[in-house]
Write a protein that binds this ligand. Sequence first.
Ligand code: NAP
Length: 300
Amino acid sequence: MSDSSEKLILTGAAGLLGQAILNKFRSHYDLVAVINKTEIDDPPEDIEIVQADLSVKKAVSELIDKHKPDIILNAAAWVDVDGCESDRKRALKSNFSVVENIVNAIKDKRIYLVQISTDYIFNGVDHPANVDDSPAPLNYYGRTKFMAEECIVDNYARYLITRTCALLGSPNRGQTNLINYFYNSLKEGKEVQAPEDIYANPIWVENLSELLLEAIQKGYKGMLHLGGKDYLSRYEFARIFADVFGFDESLIKPVAAIHQRRPAKRPQYAGLNVNQTRDKFETPLLTAREALTEIRKNIE
Ligand SMILES: NC(=O)c1ccc[n+]([C@@H]2O[C@H](COP(=O)([O-])OP(=O)(O)OC[C@H]3O[C@@H](n4cnc5c(N)ncnc54)[C@H](OP(=O)(O)O)[C@@H]3O)[C@@H](O)[C@H]2O)c1
């Protein structure tokens, strides 16, 4: 049971991040978990689960009128970066229309809106993004996420936008979990290719959920960058991963990203500058090794 009378609507509750938030927040808020088609694994009995396609305007206004939340945390999105490039209509619906509908429905209310955004709104030319850098997305996913940010900033005052990057979860949880490819290939003794020239600061979803809880409890507003402590290339990350999970590190082959041609362009120096973030939180930002060690413990 929650220790708060505050009602929080969590969208994207069946997602990689959403499920971690759900588990972390359920003892702190009176939670309403919103899912689309994907179901929550082992849904807790004390949580109200609502199925809704939030790209439909009426579904959003009905949800808010019925539950009268104090807080809305939007972790719903379509995060398939290559998919967003080819199916732009779906990308726009999940990443922008959902947010536009929420903003329109709460315009005249005093609800605290927390939006999850991404480092992919930046072009990542030469450094991890600072909060004040100008967005310049390289792909359609990033464009739609930036449109959502603009919609909030231009039309609503009580908001917190938290940009995050390269999410880590338990192996095979979530489609975009950075770990899945390395885990599944190395477990079968297969070689993996890891770019030496793509950088980010991966963050474990449990660490991110703890930071989000602290941010919301402290009532932070504006823009925040929440990423992991280490800024590493994919190759460096893969080496640490193999070491922590006890896989053969020699199976990891460094490559240049150009050899991994994909439909959507990616920023080279992705990730987020978290220097300012660290001073604002008691929750520590974990290193990649610390996060992976915890993830390994959780599956043993
Ligand atoms: N994954 C990363 O590495 C990463 C990096 C930076 C930022 N982020 C951001 O972090 C947040 C969470 O990402 P994630 O990796 O947890 O994503 P995820 O696992 O794909 O979960 C997103 C959830 O949103 C739901 N959703 C999509 N469209 C919806 C709609 N129209 N109505 C209601 N629900 C809808 C999806 O449900 P269905 O599947 O049933 O449609 C899905 O369960 C997103 O804002 C993302 O942009 C992620």
